[in-house]
Design a protein around this ligand. Structure first.
Ligand SMILES: *[C@@H]1O[C@H](CO)[C@@H](O)[C@H](O)[C@H]1NC(C)=O
Ligand SMILES: *[C@@H]1O[C@H](CO)[C@@H](O)[C@H](O)[C@H]1NC(C)=O
Ligand SMILES: *[C@@H]1O[C@H](CO)[C@@H](O)[C@H](O)[C@H]1NC(C)=O
Ligand SMILES: *[C@@H]1O[C@H](CO)[C@@H](O)[C@H](O)[C@H]1NC(C)=O
Ligand SMILES: *[C@@H]1O[C@H](CO)[C@@H](O)[C@H](O)[C@H]1NC(C)=O
Ligand SMILES: *[C@@H]1O[C@H](CO)[C@@H](O)[C@H](O)[C@H]1NC(C)=O
Ligand SMILES: *[C@@H]1O[C@H](CO)[C@@H](O)[C@H](O)[C@H]1NC(C)=O
Ligand SMILES: *[C@@H]1O[C@H](CO)[C@@H](O)[C@H](O)[C@H]1NC(C)=O
Ligand SMILES: *[C@@H]1O[C@H](CO)[C@@H](O)[C@H](O)[C@H]1NC(C)=O
Ligand SMILES: *[C@@H]1O[C@H](CO)[C@@H](O)[C@H](O)[C@H]1NC(C)=O
Ligand SMILES: *[C@@H]1O[C@H](CO)[C@@H](O)[C@H](O)[C@H]1NC(C)=O
Length: 867
């Protein structure tokens, strides 16, 4: 068979427009007819939905045109008559929906040919009887829906047409049934499920009903809201000879259950008793329910506020018969408290909800749950009970418990850790929404198996103690510390929680911890959380994020930083978040979205929320972002309305999306130009400054180099060539000092011969030429530098020039400076055009202040002037 394509009427508007009826208001068009000829071309149609129209007649030939039709939906139309011909060709139908038409009577056998029909919906019509035919038919029918009709009696002759059918569901709710005539259900081939909700039956009619169901194959019976206000030990007697597995008696205002009333239901597995008014459960009320797995007692007992009767009474051992019970829901009741043997005997209980169940369960004592000692309980829900204290060992009976929900109470205490003793298999503790919890280092020391810990809005105290309260929880994957106004946490708090995946820290006060100015620096409390994938830091007043705070958090998939005061983010803050899927920065103070910060993190993002930030719509701040938005597949909701420019003033209130980036395009070459220009300018300034401050050095060494390159080789003084060891240049006024010190050196070492002007030049022949010659004949030239020398005109002009010239030509070592006084370099330069920096430091001497060092001075000087 070729593939069948289901068409729905909505895709056939063009085709059907001819016979559409448009109401006077003009905008509401409905179909009146389904002309068969127009469907011939859709012969492979399997589903036809013509619901919610004004079809009042169905032409038999329609099904001829659609031989493969399986589902025909004509609900909410105006069909009133069904003849034998109506569906005669619809042999392949499995579902026929005729709900909410105005069919009041069915004559003859319109469904005779529906051998394949599985579901027939005739609810909400005006049917007065269940009779849909006069002969056996609908042998494959599984669901017959007849609710909301006007059926008053169930009679065997009116159900006889179903004699060959096995009904999983006979829906007769919301009728006016007053009578179950003998054998009515035995007329049906097999009946597995009967629904009689919202019927005014009452205890005695229900007793009759049960008797009629005797010896049928009934399994599921629903009698919700059927005025069963009392169950006696006879009411359900008729169900003795059935295999009933499900009984729904909810919403019945039921207030009395006589002892042993359920003794007839040994096969029952599901019992629904929610929303009733049971005043008293005795230790025999549930006697006989040995197979029940699932019992719902939500709002089953009277509420103080609603009824003026006293609180419900639940006797000890009431549940002792329910040996197979796995699920017990007792939510929303006003039971006084847990008695010593309340749950005794529930040896298979896995799930127990006691949410909002008790009026007086203030303190959980070590005996409170003793009646559950033999239950293999996995989940215990104790929310909304106004519990104010958990004493030590309260849960010590519940060794197999995996989930403990004790949130939304009024617990206010220090958690010593003894509260959890015995919870050896615990997986999740939900403690959120309590009064206050003061932690200690041992608070969770006895529950190392814990994987989820919820501590939202519990006025948490002492999270910053050492060792951390969480340090024993090596398997923790979810930790919720939100809404606690936490301001002090330390790097140790989450240390070692390597399996942590979800961390909720929203609505705290962590801003100070990430400030550079924080004493001791920013607190890196996320360090080492290598498996973290969801991090929530919303509403923490954060205005700074330290650079490396998300470093190594490679698994992060979602970061929420909404509702903080963030403006500038450090450049590489998200560098390790390349696989981030969701980033929320809503309602911060972000003005610019720059590539260098967001480029990497935006790469694989599926969801971004940066709405309500005061964007600065200038090229530098926003152009990259706008271009990225235009290209990305990332989901950004409310882009047009919630991403608005704040500055510059002329764009205030404009949608960021409309920012024209084309005017920014030129800025790239401009930037390059700018950069080149700046570089040149800086280089120029550098050179100018260099020349200004170090120019002398450059020109000096330039001179030296030029001379050497042009062949004025350093002569490297052969000693026999020089007549003098050194030529002494000094001021006339310093002659006494010179005489005293240099002549004494000559006396000590005969190989030394200084050229002293006063001594070695003939009187009066102090000619310039002689000076030049003498300098040339000296191996070294010694400057004796004093203030006097700086003022000596001859020195300045001539001797220095020649000395330096010779030094340049021969050897920079050949000049020796001896400072008798402290002369600053600039003065030296100003007066003599000399600088200390021109000469090797071993050729510069300072006359020692201390007399005992004069010896050493001489010694060094002699070493320096000797070849
Ligand atoms: C629908 O059928 C009518 C006659 O039955 C015919 O006149 C009309 O053209 C058909 N319309 C389409 C769209 O086939
Ligand atoms: C019912 O469908 C089958 C194919 O699934 C087809 O061969 C047969 O003719 C159809 N019956 C009718 C009465 O159209
Ligand atoms: C009753 O159903 C069986 C199989 O389901 C079928 O063989 C038999 O013909 C049916 N009887 C009538 C009268 O339809
Ligand atoms: C149901 O069947 C049992 C035996 O199979 C019989 O004793 C009892 O009378 C039957 N009850 C009804 C109401 O037919
Ligand atoms: C009877 O009710 C149970 C519980 O609601 C359901 O799982 C089961 O499918 C129902 N059986 C039938 C035949 O409808
Ligand atoms: C039903 O309860 C009455 C007393 O209320 C008792 O006499 C009778 O034996 C009980 N019947 C059954 C079947 O337990
Ligand atoms: C109940 O179930 C048993 C075993 O499954 C079966 O033998 C018996 O006939 C069933 N009773 C009724 C009334 O269907
Ligand atoms: C049921 O409670 C009554 C008193 O209310 C007591 O005499 C009886 O022993 C209890 N039976 C069981 C089985 O607990
Ligand atoms: C419960 O605690 C009390 C003291 O608070 C102690 O006397 C009693 O033995 C404890 N009971 C159990 C069952 O641990
Ligand atoms: C406990 O019951 C409350 C109220 O029905 C519900 O909201 C909560 O999810 C339940 N907790 C667990 C762990 O199922
Ligand atoms: C978005 O991209 C398309 C081409 O991919 C371009 O034509 C359009 O101008 C762009 N819009 C903006 C606002 O940059």
């Amino acid at each position: 068979m070729s593939q069948s394509v289901p068409y729905h009427i909505s895709s056939l508007w063009g085709l059907l427009s001819l016979w559409m009826l448009c109401t006077s208001s003009g905008n509401k068009c409905t179909i009146k007819r389904l002309p068969p000829a127009n469907f011939t071309r859709y012969s492979r149609l399997t589903v036809l939905d013509g619901g919610f129209n004004t079809i009042s007649k169905l032409e038999p030939e329609l099904c001829q045109s659609l031989p493969l039709l399986k589902v025909l939906n004509l609900q909410h139309n105006e069909l009133s008559q069904l003849s034998d011909k109506t569906f005669v060709f619809c042999m392949n139908l499995t579902e026929l929906h005729l709900m909410s038409n105005s069919i009041q009577k069915i004559q003859n056998n319109p469904f005779k040919n529906q051998k394949n029909l599985i579901k027939l919906d005739l609810s909400h019509n005006g049917l007065k009887s269940t009779k849909l035919g006069t002969q056996l038919q609908l042998q494959n029918l599984q669901e017959l829906l007849l609710s909301k009709n006007k059926i008053q009696a169930l009679k065997s002759e009116e159900l006889a047409f179903l004699g060959n059918s096995s009904l999983k569901k006979l829906e007769l709710s919301s009728n006016l049934i007053k009578e179950f005539s003998p054998g009515c259900f035995h007329a049906i081939g097999q009946l597995f499920g009967l629904f009689l909700n919202n019927a005014q039956l009452g205890p005695s009619l229900i007793e009759k009903l049960c008797l009629e169901l005797s010896n049928t194959s009934i399994q599921n019976l629903s009698l919700s809201n059927s005025q069963l206000n009392r169950i006696s030990n006879r009411t359900l007697l008729g169900l003795k000879h059935t295999n009933l597995t499900m009984l729904d008696l909810s919403h019945n205002n039921l207030n009395m259950i006589d002892d042993d009333s359920f003794v007839w239901l040994p096969h029952l597995k599901y019992l629904f008793l929610e929303y009733n008014n049971i005043v008293h459960l005795s230790n025999h009320s549930f006697y006989g329910l040995f197979n029940v797995r699932h019992l719902n007692l939500k709002r089953s007992f009277p509420k103080q506020s609603v009824s003026l009767t006293s609180l419900p009474k639940i006797d000890d051992f009431s549940f002792q018969w329910l040996r197979c019970l796995e699920y017990l829901n007792m939510e929303d009741n006003d039971i006084p408290s847990i008695k010593r043997n309340m749950f005794t005997g529930l040896i298979n209980l896995r799930y127990l909800s006691l949410s909002n169940s008790f009026t007086n369960l203030r303190t959980l004592k070590n005996e409170t749950f003793s009646s559950l000692a033999h239950s293999p309980l996995l989940i215990l829900n104790l929310t909304k009970n106004k519990i104010s204290k958990i004493e030590s060992d309260a849960f010590s009976w519940l060794g197999s418990l995996e989930v403990l929900d004790i949130g939304i109470n009024e617990i206010g205490q220090e958690l010593t850790g003894q509260e959890w003793r015995g919870l050896e298999n615990i997986f999740e503790i939900y403690l959120s929404y309590n009064k206050y919890l003061q932690l200690t280092s041992n608070s969770f020391a006895l529950v190392p198996s814990l994987q989820r810990l919820m501590l939202r809005r519990v006025a948490l105290k002492n999270v910053d103690i050492s060792p951390s309260p969480f340090h024993p929880l090596h398997d923790l994957t979810i930790l919720d510390l939100s809404n606690n106004n936490l301001a002090n946490i330390n790097e140790e708090m989450l240390e070692g929680l390597e399996k942590l995946e979800v961390l909720d820290l929203q609505h705290n006060n962590l801003a100070r911890l990430w400030k550079q100015a924080n004493p001791g620096g920013p607190v890196h409390f996320l360090k080492g959380l290598s498996h973290l994938h969801t991090l929530n830091l919303e509403s923490n007043g954060l205005d700074e994020i330290p650079e490396g705070v998300f470093k190594n958090l490679f698994q992060l998939k979602s970061i929420n930083l909404a509702l903080n005061n963030l403006n500038v983010l450090p450049q590489s803050v998200f560098d390790d978040q390349v696989s981030l899927k969701s980033l929320n920065l809503q309602k911060n103070l972000i003005t610019s979205v720059e590539k260098k910060v967001f480029g990497p993190v935006f790469k694989n993002l599926s969801n971004l929320d940066m709405s309500f930030n005061p964007f600065d719509c200038t090229c530098e701040s926003i152009a990259w972002f706008v271009n990225w938005i235009n290209k990305t597949r990332t989901n950004i909701s409310e882009l047009s309305s919630h991403y608005l420019c704040n500055t510059p003033p002329q764009y205030h209130g404009f949608s960021v999306r409309l920012f024209d980036t084309s005017s920014c395009k030129d800025s790239a070459p401009f930037e390059l130009l700018f950069m080149i220009n700046t570089s040149f300018l800086l280089l120029f300034i550098f050179i100018v400054l260099l020349i200004h401050f170090e120019g002398w050095r450059i020109s000096f060494y330039w001179n030296v180099s030029v001379h050497r390159i042009l062949g004025f080789k350093e002569i490297d003084g052969q000693p026999e060539q020089f007549e003098y060891t050194a030529y002494i240049i000094h001021a006339y006024k310093d002659r006494d000092w010179v005489w005293e010190h240099f002549s004494s050196m000559e006396e000590e070492d005969p190989s030394i011969k200084f050229c002293l002007e006063e001594r070695d030049f003939q009187a009066g022949v102090l000619g310039l030429e002689a000076i030049v010659n003498s300098i040339k004949r000296s191996r070294k030239i010694i400057f004796v530098i004093t203030q006097h020398l700086l003022k000596d005109p001859l020195c300045k002009r001539f001797k220095v020039h020649h000395a330096v010239q010779q030094a340049i030509e021969q050897n920079l070592d050949s000049i020796i400076l001896i400072f008798l006084e402290n002369i600053p370099d600039y003065k030296l330069n100003h007066a003599l055009c000399l600088r200390r920096g021109m000469f090797k430091s071993r050729c510069i001497f300072y006359w020692p202040v201390h007399k005992e060092r004069i010896e050493a001075f001489h010694h060094k000087l002699v070493k320096c002037i000797q070849p």
